[in-house]
Structures are given as structure tokens and as C-alpha cells.
Design a protein around this ligand. Sequence first.
Ligand SMILES: Nc1nc2c(ncn2[C@@H]2O[C@H](COP(=O)(O)OP(=O)(O)OP(=O)(O)O)[C@@H](O)[C@H]2O)c(=O)[nH]1
Ligand SMILES: [Mg+2]
Length: 184
Amino acid sequence: MSSAEEDYNFVFKVVLIGESGVGKTNLLSRFTRNEFNHDSRTTIGVEFSTRTIVVGDATVKAQIWDTAGLERYRAITSAYYRGAVGALVVFDITKHQTYDVVDRWLKELYDHAEPSIVVMLVGNKTDLAQAREVPTEEAKMFAEIFQKVQKQKQRSSQSSTVSLGSENPESSAPAQGEKRPCCV
Ligand SMILES: Nc1nc2c(ncn2[C@@H]2O[C@H](COP(=O)(O)OP(=O)(O)OP(=O)(O)O)[C@@H](O)[C@H]2O)c(=O)[nH]1
Ligand SMILES: [Mg+2]
């Protein structure tokens, strides 16, 4: 490959989701360019940036998709969840309303993304601790409960797939010498 930036072993797609104004675009610009903008404009649709990092022996290119939080772009943005291996669900610790709707964002995510997606809940704007409306413990507890429920769901869907696949194998195989009615 031509440049160091292009020299990588894996590309991981990650999506940033959450209410408008929680700071998704700034999280991304800080991570990819170390930039912060005090009056950034609302994102229209989706944008993406990348940053290549070394993890153990592998060089990983994180391809991070920043989505618009505004409701009117929802149909466009949810189309970008497909193929993502990770998602950051972001809320603003100084605005309880942005935390109250996190479960809606999660539902939206799981409706469109792979069930195996790794999700992280991010309480942003921690520099404004004096205006905090969402206690850390509350958000932590929510994340832990959500993770447990999600794991249980995954386990039960895996076991039902196995039992569907292996259910009564004799019933689908014709007995020796027996002829099954078939199609024309
Ligand atoms: N104090 C403080 N302000 C922040 C922080 N992150 C973002 N902001 C400010 O919050 C406002 C919204 O930030 P954005 O990054 O544009 O928010 P967004 O989530 O991308 O919003 P949409 O694109 O509309 O979905 C901007 O004025 C930012 O400067 C932070 O960590 N601390
Ligand atoms: Mg934005």
C-alpha cells in the first residue's frame, strides 16, 4: 500500500449515534484530528473519518461514521448501521432528556445492525460536571443491565437456532426403504 495510513490489517466500521447536540461530531474530530469546535454545526445525514491505530500486533483502521441526531435524518442514518462492528451511543450528562431516549437509540440500532455489534454507552461533556443531570451510577447500572439482557437474548436465539437445526433429525430423514411423497 502507498502510505503508512493505508497500511493496515483490519478495517472496523463503528457508528456514533445519539441525540442532536450531545457532541458526536466533536468526539470524532477530537479522536481523528485532535480538534474541538465550540460552535460546530449540526450534522446533515452522515459523515465519516478514519484513524489507524495499533492494537497488539495488528494495525487497525477505525472507520467511524458520525450520524445526524436530528429526527428528520433517521431514515438515512439507520441505513449506515449495517456492517458496523461497534457503536457508541452518546448522551450529554448535562441533559437528562438525551439519556432518557438512549433505549430508543438502542432499539433503532438493533433493528438495523448485526446482533453481535459491540455497543458502548458514552456520557459526554464531563467537563460540565457542575451541571450534571445524569448520575454516573445510574448510567452504569443501565449499561450493565442492558448488557446482561442482550447477552441472554443472544444466547437464547443461538440455542433456538441449534434446536431448530437439530430438532428430531429422524423425522426429516426417510426410514430405510421408505419412500417419501415428493414434489412434481
Ligand atoms: N462543554 C462541552 N461542549 C461540548 C462537548 N462536546 C461537544 N460540545 C459542544 O456541543 C455542541 C454540539 O456538539 P456536536 O459535536 O456538533 O453535537 P452532535 O452530537 O454532533 O450533534 P448533531 O450533529 O446535531 O447530531 C457544540 O457547540 C460543541 O462545541 C464537550 O465535551 N464539552
Ligand atoms: Mg454532529
